[in-house]
Design a protein around this ligand. Sequence first.
Ligand SMILES: *Cc1c(COP(=O)(O)O)cnc(C)c1O
Length: 397
Amino acid sequence: MHSIAESHFPLNSQTLLVHGGRDPGRFAGMVNTPVHRGSTILSNTMDEWESRKLPDNPMASYGRFGTPTTRSFETLICNLEGGHRSMAFPSGLSACTHALLAFLKQGDHVLVTDSVYGPTRSFVTKFLGRMGITATFFDPAASANIREFIQPNTRVVFLESPGSWTFEMQDIPAIAEQAHRAGAVVIMDNTWATPLFFRPLDYGVDVSIHAATKYIIGHSDALLGVATANAEAWPMLAAGGHDFGQTAGADDLYLALRGLRTMHVRMSQHWQSGVRLAESLLEQPLVERVLHPALPQDPGHALWRRDFKGASGLFGVVLRTGDRHVITEIVDRLQLFGIGLSWGGFESLVLPSEPEIARSVRPCPWNGRMLRIHTGLENVDDLISDMRQAMYRAAQI
Ligand SMILES: *Cc1c(COP(=O)(O)O)cnc(C)c1O
């Protein structure tokens, strides 16, 4: 069997998920790259030792720079994203923060979408602020108008589309064009879509990030992050990551590789069930609107259709009431939806938003009335029935 690196025809990402990042010939015929645990990596000779230290040598000189398990994961993600190289991080948040730090220095300015993941926002305002780096948050609908916010010292534009609470889509190519004209690097948190449904680097993004904790691992049993850069951005990203001593654990990397093998079938199901559940919620008297870019009436639908190949199972619901008793009744009555943070696992989840979602441009119009739903892999009619009974009970209040 040949390695897919030598394929004679371009491979679909569904095939890459199965064949990528594996090399059974190197590991006694084992289908999966084993878990490699280690700090010291011995060399047989001085020559080997010297060659291990060469830059970009796939044979690392020390465990912190990665093992064959790390390289298998990074290679597969890089193939899926169509990037130059990928780098694993111990969590999704650390991939975001270290990508930012890799490109920013004191006195720089960063532009960030107002719909960004909360902990990334807090890192930008608190930590980067302390380092003398200023930030401007912009309306996710800004498109090419972000040029108005670009300053002479703007070095990074940070995107997330759709936002993981409010689900606004962004015009990635239009924003990337403006950013590049100003000499800024474009970083995108691509966790929602996975590399199967959106490939940021094809749309002008320089660094694409995933909280692998979510759909890539897919089973709610580990934390991991990964960032993929194009050839121009790679040296800065790699240096930034290495200098901070970031390293991901071998068992978590193994779980991520294992999750990736089935990600295509899981994502097809999350997408299909998510849309059906979202449509059924539109009919509920308690529901004012559903925030899901794959629904035709969603304001982000045109961008989603233009750029994305599918949708994940995560979406938002805006209720007609912010009455805490009603929201509590819905959440407590649900039998199949767990109450908890994160998403992307096999199981369904529900979470009421914070009473106030942090925003800089303008307050979120749905503050205190939002539920976030992760559609898991249960039978979708069961999920719909569960939502119906909980909403029915809550409507009696
Ligand atoms: C969960 C999440 C992260 C952070 O991932 P962790 O592995 O929990 O650190 C980053 N971005 C988005 C959009 C997320 O949902």
